[in-house]
Design a protein. Structure first.
Length: 97
């Protein structure tokens, strides 16, 4: 298991992460500050805010669309050394609508 803090490294520049998925057994995210909008294949577009906690199913396709400058999360992932598969470019919202 790995536990780490992820912070917005730079102000949002209009680009998302692109459609991707993680090769993990467990991923849990707790928003410490700010907000972010994601596109998830099981829920469509969702906004998470400070205090939100999300259990992300293994292998789910998702895309970070945008985030606040103060976005910060605590993320727990099993296994600690997990892979990420990029499935699309930029804001790939249409790919999982």
């Amino acid at each position: 298991m790995v536990a780490h803090i992820i912070r917005a490294a730079k102000p949002f520049d209009g680009g998302g992460t692109g459609l991707h998925q993680h090769d993990c057994e467990f991923q849990f995210v707790c928003v410490l500050s700010g907000w972010a909008r994601f596109q998830r294949e099981d829920q469509g577009e969702v906004t998470i805010r400070a205090g939100s906690c999300v259990n992300q199913p293994p292998g789910i396709r998702h895309n970070l669309i945008e985030y606040s400058d103060d976005f910060e999360v605590l993320e727990l992932v099993v296994p600690a050394d997990f892979g990420t598969a990029n499935l699309g470019e930029g804001n790939a919202k249409a790919a999982i609508d």
